[in-house]
Design a binder for this molecule. Structure first.
Ligand SMILES: *Cc1c(COP(=O)(O)O)cnc(C)c1O
Length: 387
């Protein structure tokens, strides 16, 4: 398992982003952590090695990334995986048949698909509730509830869950609170400070930030959970290659800079869109008109670059997607470049139509991932597309 260096916790965020978990290479002094592109490690004698035996279990590039993100989340241990879904699948292997989970009804489509189409067949049961209301979470808990699983803000409706309230409910039922912190990133939201037990990310998104790899990472404070996760990581083997680990590590060095710009672009574009299409049609927690704006201000220090807009019909959405020039039509989010999509037929196609309708993911809803380009160009692009 990768435990962070104690010294990594003392500095402020930007300093940790650049330095935590890393040392100049002992062989050459290379300031950047090398990509240890190896499957095995030569051992000095039987039973004598440098702590590395086989690269599924441990890789120095991966360890540097794990320590770095653990330091950013305020965790003690990190575990990098080959994708966000591989990460969640390994987290779920902490549990067993018969365990029950209370899950946010508006979690990432792939999370729902993993639970509903795969893990249900292994005897795990899931109750999906509107986690905006902590009472509904409490009402869904049973004596078999092993964890409460939330994502905040959610994708694509930007709904929030009160992390502290969810943690209180979880702990009063001797269950864990698991938080998908992908959208806010550790720069804007600190679930461990609010009582979370496991925090995870699709590192494909803001952590990497350059849309050039797929990965996941889980963080924990508790040593016992860490020992069990390291066992699962090595036994089930959903590990990232060292090149991908290195790319995320390159990305986290500028996380604080990128998030500031995603946030300032996001706030300005959300306000501009609200003035164009009406604030009721713009979903962004930074807008005062967002029904949970007060909670957003309480548990987040910024709101990022994710905005959803109700255009009113599939035709309106299709026209907008066809007309934009700078925003690229694509799934995914969190990269330096701006993306646009229509969740109903793209990112959330795996959610059944009836469920989508119940959640409010209409055919006219579009989702923007505002990148870090110049604001004037982004607004000009949306303006010509809306005309
Ligand atoms: C993308 C995403 C995931 C899944 O991660 P992958 O890296 O694509 O496997 C999970 N949660 C959220 C919020 C995401 O945006």
């Amino acid at each position: 398992m990768t435990k962070i260096f104690d010294s990594d916790m003392s500095a402020a965020f930007g300093t940790r982003a650049i330095h935590a978990g890393q040392r100049p290479d002992p062989l050459s002094g290379a300031i950047m952590t090398p990509i240890y592109q190896t499957s095995t490690y030569v051992q000095e004698a039987l039973g004598v090695n440098k702590g590395y035996e086989y690269a599924r279990g441990k890789n120095p590039t991966r360890e540097a990334l794990e320590r770095n993100v653990a330091a950013l989340e305020g965790a003690q241990h990190g575990f990098a995986f080959s994708s966000g879904m591989g990460c969640l699948d390994s987290i779920m292997k902490l549990f067993k048949s018969g365990d029950h989970f209370v899950v946010g009804e508006n979690v990432y489509g792939g999370t729902y698909r993993l639970f509903d189409k795969i893990l249900r067949a292994y005897g795990m049961t899931f109750s999906y509730v509107d986690t905006r209301d902590p009472q509904l979470i409490a009402d869904a808990c049973t004596s078999a509830t092993a964890a409460i699983i939330i994502e905040t803000p959610t994708n694509p409706l930007m709904r929030l869950t009160d992390i502290q309230a969810a943690a209180d409910v979880a702990h009063s039922h001797k269950a864990l609170l698991i938080v998908d912190n992908t959208f806010a990133s550790p720069y804007f939201q600190h679930p461990f400070k609010l009582g979370a037990d496991i925090v995870w990310h699709s590192s494909t998104k803001y952590l990497n930030g350059h849309s050039d790899m797929v990965g996941g990472i889980a963080l924990v404070v508790d040593d016992d959970l860490a020992t069990r996760l390291q066992f699962i990581l090595n036994a089930a083997g959903a590990v990232p290659g060292p090149m991908d680990a290195w790319l995320v590590l390159r990305g986290t060095k500028t996380l604080h800079l990128r998030m500031e710009r995603h946030d300032s672009n996001g706030r300005a574009i959300a306000a501009w869109l609200a003035s164009r299409v009406g604030e009721a049609n713009v979903f962004y927690p930074g807008l005062e008109s967002h029904p949970q704006h007060a909670l957003a201000v309480k548990q987040m220090s910024g709101f990022g670059g994710m905005i959803s807009v109700e255009t009113g019909s599939r035709d309106n959405a299709a026209r907008m997607l066809r007309r934009v020039k700078l925003f690229s039509l694509a799934e995914s989010l969190g990269g330096v470049e701006s993306l646009i999509n229509q969740p109903a037929e793209m990112t959330h196609a795996s959610v059944e139509p009836a469920r989508r309708a119940q959640l409010g993911i209409t055919d006219g809803l579009i989702r923007l991932s505002c990148g870090v380009e110049d604001l004037g160009d982004l607004i000009a692009d949306l303006d010509q597309a809306l005309k």
